[in-house]
Design a protein around this ligand. Structure first.
Ligand code: GDP
Length: 189
């Protein structure tokens, strides 16, 4: 699992790729580290990272070894958009999740330093409602000491009791590569 290429940015459901490949959906709030996750796991710089949140509004498709897509949903939970824009965005995501290919997995990236936000809770419910296999990645773990790591895990499980560490909950750092091995195994599986 090495070769990853940027495939396309999609702004409307008419633009969805025609290839009927499986999809790994990468979601989470702006600036949580989705692009960094791709770059770190695939040892590339293909995904643009940014310290300015919420700039892109497209679904970004990456193709991995011509076998499956990773779809980055950059805008989810971006508060500063109008209600109308938010609804359009949700509609686009929903059509991605419900109509397109049959095999899908969702990785929800959450900043380990912070309590899950309203949009995280919304996203969790949204994915469960689609009955898509769901994994949470607690990232930026390099910023936490051992005690805070445990606290972060305890807190996330309090919010999302279905999570079990190293089954559907993983600790990760894009900066020092912590958890990369487990994530790669998970993606391969
Ligand atoms: P995205 O908007 O979700 O794609 O987030 P980015 O990947 O652009 O990352 C947002 C910011 O968080 C950037 O400044 C990254 O360098 C930083 N970042 C991402 N992952 C990590 C991590 O694991 N550890 C630390 N310390 N910083 C991270």
């Amino acid at each position: 699992m090495k070769k990853i290429e940027f495939f396309k940015s999609v702004f409307s459901k008419n633009d969805f790729p025609k290839e009927n490949l499986s999809q790994l959906i990468l979601c989470g709030r702006s600036n949580v580290g989705k692009s960094s996750f791709i770059n770190s796991v695939f040892k590339t710089k293909i995904a643009k990272t940014s310290s300015t949140p919420g700039k892109t509004r497209s679904l970004n498709f990456y193709k991995v070894e011509n076998k499956f897509f990773i779809v980055d949903l950059p805008g989810f939970g971006f508060a500063k958009v109008s209600q109308k824009e938010r609804e359009e965005w949700n509609k686009l995501i929903l059509s991605l999740l419900s109509n397109y290919t049959s095999i899908k997995v969702a990785f929800h990236i959450i900043d380990s330093r912070h309590e899950p936000q309203e949009s995280d809770i919304e996203l969790n419910r949204f994915v469960h409602a689609q009955e898509i296999p769901y994994f949470v990645i607690l990232n930026k773990i390099d910023k936490l000491n051992q005690k805070d790591k445990s606290e972060s895990v305890r807190r996330i499980v309090e919010y999302f009791p279905e999570l079990i560490i190293n089954e559907n909950l993983f600790l990760f750092s894009a900066i020092n590569g912590f958890g990369s091995k487990e994530i790669k195994q998970l993606i391969t599986k």
